[in-house]
Design a protein around this ligand. Structure first.
Ligand SMILES: [Zn+2]
Length: 288
């Protein structure tokens, strides 16, 4: 499942109309309260806030389109960029998005890339972070889910000295005790095909479309949320939407096959609940 870009923009419009202020992830760590949204009197700790995160996994042109549409609304969010195995980043898209005023960050996958070798992964992280910073500023990072890889990147930043590397924090290390984490991983918000992208705290626990999500957040009186949307899933035009949906279905089928294979070869997985980044993972959905 994929969605048209205008559905994402409508979601932002609905949230801002309901009083949410939009922030890049960096603002959480620096304590910047300004954000972007409708000015309101009596600004205080009760102000509704949406921290906007975008992991640019593929198709950086879609990230540029999303970033331009956000900037046109006066919204600045965070775009995390990953590199290929040779350390090459989508430079043109990164520079364009930084020039629009968005926060830019590093989307790492060092542990899955080194197949679980933490020593090699720490070296890989420092090297790729430096390469990313040679293109754009980076003060926050986020992990790539790598759902088809055996090793998960989700708890990797416990292995590094973030301060020594000049990092404010990792997007998954926010305090989610009172903050709802909403991601489109798996194809739609709250997807059961999301295997690893969960936080230790409050996660959306059932599938919901963008319009329904706006109502759920607004009527549910949510005060603080992290909204994580992968730009590749928010297409412009019918053909692009069809392509994005087809890719999502193929990826989810692959996840299903791999998940079943891993459970088959690792009986221990069948005895204890899976935990991802400190969070309980829901069982994979039945497929029929
Ligand atoms: Zn990713």
């Amino acid at each position: 499942m994929a969605h048209p870009l205008h559905a994402y923009l409508a979601l932002l419009d609905d949230l801002r109309a309901a009083g949410f202020r939009c922030h890049p992830i960096r603002d959480y760590f620096t304590g910047n309260q300004a954000g972007q949204g409708a000015a309101s009197a009596g600004e205080d700790s009760d102000t509704r806030r949406a921290y906007l995160r975008h992991d640019v996994d593929r198709l950086p042109a879609r990230a540029v389109a999303m970033a331009e549409a956000e900037a046109a609304r006066g919204i600045h969010s965070t775009y995390y960029f990953r590199c290929d195995a040779r350390g090459r980043f989508p430079e043109a898209a990164m520079r364009r998005i930084a020039a629009l005023g968005h926060e830019t960050g590093f989307h790492y996958e060092c542990l899955s890339r080194t197949r679980g070798d933490r020593v090699a992964a720490v070296e890989c992280f420092a090297r790729e972070l430096a390469a990313c910073r040679a293109i754009v500023p980076v003060t926050t990072v986020s992990p790539h889910g790598a759902p088809l890889a055996a090793s998960s990147n989700m708890d990797f930043t416990a292995s590094i000295d973030a301060q020594a590397l000049g990092l404010l924090g990792d997007a998954t290390d926010m305090d989610f005790t009172d903050m709802l984490y909403v991601t489109d991983t798996g194809g739609t918000f709250g997807s059961q095909y999301n295997l690893r992208d969960h936080v230790a705290g409050r996660n959306l626990d059932h599938p919901i479309a963008p319009k329904g999500l706006a109502r759920r957040l607004i009527d549910g009186d949510e005060r603080r949320i992290v909204l994580s949307c992968h730009p590749e899933r928010w297409a412009v035009g019918r053909l692009a939407l069809l392509e994005a949906s087809a890719r999502e279905i193929a990826l989810n089928l692959l996840k299903l096959v791999l998940h079943r294979a891993r459970r088959w070869f690792s009986p221990a997985l069948n005895r204890s609940p899976s935990r991802v980044n400190g969070a309980h993972r829901r069982p994979f959905p039945k497929y029929s």
